[in-house]
Ligand binder design. Sequence first.
Ligand code: PXG
Length: 464
Amino acid sequence: MSLTNIAPTSELQALDAAHHMHPFTANGALAKKGARIIVRADGVRLTDSDGQELIDGMAGLWCVNIGYGRTELAEAAARQMRELPYYNTFFQTSHVPALKLAAKLAELAPGDLNHVFFACSGSEANDTNLRMVRQYWALKGQPQRHIVISRKNGYHGSTMGGGSLGGMSGMHAQGGLPIPGIVHIDQPHWYLEGGDMTPEAFGLARAQQLEAKILELGPDNVAAFIAEPVQGAGGVIIPPESYWPEIQRIVDKYGILLIADEVITGFGRTGYWFASEGYGIRPHIITIAKGLSSGYQPIGGSIVCDEVAHTIAQDEFNHGYTYSGHPVAAAVALENLRILEEEGIITRVRHETAPYLAQAWGSLADHPLVGEAVSRGMMASLALTPDKASRARFAADPGTVGYICREYSFGNNLVMRHVYDRMIIAPPLVITRADIDELIARARKTLDQTYAHLQREGMLKAAA
Ligand code: PXG
């Protein structure tokens, strides 16, 4: 019996429905259905309140990089709570976990990214970034340089700043987003938007939209470009190889700041400490969260290059969170980084399990319902289609088929998500080959069931 498994599932569901407002959820519909209640986890597996065991194909929410059940992190938290549960870092004070974690991140981050501003989440960190890049240009005597360019279908968080930087149309439709001074260009989503172009030509064309936008706005008005190296929440969209080198050329040419949002891609997700290394890009700021603590504690931040940090240091930066660099979260993050490093987890991803996943996941491309099956490191996606040859979309509203597929997956005790009609996974980095085999078998069964369902319901129709 788990600590939290205190009552029959139906009672827990009723309590949840009565009082708990879930993020990104139609709560009315969920209340009728009842949430699946997770009570404990170990390694890559979750257990629900009915005792069912699931493979967690999403590492929680892209964050449990070292897997569940690492008691070293619980002990690090308990030790730190006993010694110094809280202190702030505002008024000319510091504490050991925050300064040690900042120094460790400076060591791990590429180039001269040597300074860390802490937050409690990726959203908060991106809000920091928005204010920091504008303050940077103000201190440089160019206060008019305030526009940040971002991308449609990018995800940078749910705060006013983060949600505005993101390019999710569903989010912009609610609550008055985006705030002023943020503009969006198109995403490098070849499968859906590439038409007859080759991926390489399309990647170049999408990158060149950045140059066109800079010229349209006036280069002297643009502060920064922010993007995820690989879009996560947008559906694990892996850009064509031509994309990032061209983006780097453009930001260099116009001297604008590059923010790589590595909230998902950081800490080993792509087989490197940071995906920026794998893509050969040189960001001025890297956004971090999630895998920084493997989700065991809420912590995020911005890793900042010498030039920006030294400039910001010239004046008071009127920004910060009560829990910036929280000692317990920082102590847990340090222990997480120690495990990632000492157990060689990221090296194993790069050389062993990611190639294995690429081959196993790639084999799903032969399924009649799958238009493409791609991966980068430990993140993978597949496109569902009624017609493989033409990369057609379904006649049903986007997401209808993806949702059906997700429901079968849940029924097969595999947490695989859908983004519209793309199925995605991002399992814990410690997943073994045997676990991958099991994950793929459940995914294939899910695809078979979805295909049969669509046949039965006459839904294998392409959009006009
Ligand atoms: N940047 C990126 C790239 C993210 O993926 C954030 C910032 C915001 O982090 P916080 O810690 O504030 O959530 C994220 C978060 C999904 C999903 O549906 C993805 C995220 C969060 C919630 C849901 O895939 N990513």
